[in-house]
Design a protein. Structure first.
Length: 219
């Protein structure tokens, strides 16, 4: 018996498809190593036979397969398997499999940054809104807390900030770590009186960081 247990504890039954294992048996196979004109080989040939692999105690042997291709599985969902062994007085076991979504991920991101134009006369960081798209490697659930915490991400980023009386937009790239809490970037302004001036930025993402750390600590 198998089913999916959702994060909210609801249950979704799964179909288990059974099949048996077929064993191929041959006779006179050793003759193939001898001369092909062997009179014995020509008269008998190699004999092929097939039988089902069975358990000696009960005479039965069953295997099961679960197809999850059409199932919607989310993080923290569990797949529960109950296996009963009829050959051993109906003893059995339960196995719990946890869905793990890991690897390279991509998603939009936004936050709050401080931008400094690399030009004499701009000695202070200016607050800026930031929006971009990040590519991040998500470790396995079983990985350590530090692996999740230091997992890096990178991607293009836009910054909008006030430069005196002018609203300036900058475009560049950024890299972040500490679970997207802190990012550093480099780019160039694309409008305003300082058009084409390079700048660098330091970003903070308080909301995403809070949600991420809260989720990790609760696991």
């Amino acid at each position: 018996m198998a089913y999916i247990q959702r994060k909210d504890k609801t249950i979704k039954p799964l179909s288990v498809f059974g099949f048996t294992e077929v064993i191929e048996e041959t006779s006179n196979e050793g003759l193939m190593k001898n001369a092909s004109d062997s009179s014995v080989l020509q008269s008998t040939g190699v004999q092929y036979g097939y039988r089902l692999k069975t358990d000696k105690a009960s005479g039965e042997s069953y295997s099961g397969e679960i197809n999850l291709a059409w199932e919607e599985i989310a993080e923290e969902d569990k797949i529960i398997l109950h296996v009963n062994n009829k050959a051993k007085n109906k003893t059995g076991f339960t196995m719990t499999l946890i869905y793990d979504d890991f690897g390279w991920k991509q998603n939009p991101t936004g936050g709050f940054s401080f931008v400094k134009i690399a030009k004499s006369g701009f000695t202070e960081f200016t607050p800026a809104a930031s929006i971009g798209y990040t590519f991040r490697y998500k470790p396995r659930r079983s990985s350590s807390f530090l692996s999740h915490f230091f997992s890096p991400s990178f991607g293009p980023m836009l910054h909008v900030f006030q430069n005196g009386d002018n609203t300036t937009i900058g475009a560049g790239v950024s890299a972040s770590t500490f679970y997207n809490m802190v990012s550093v970037g480099f780019g160039s302004t694309i409008n305003g009186v300082n058009h084409g001036k390079p700048y660098f930025s330091i970003g903070l993402n308080f909301i995403e960081s809070y949600n991420t750390l809260t989720g990790l600590l609760n696991k």
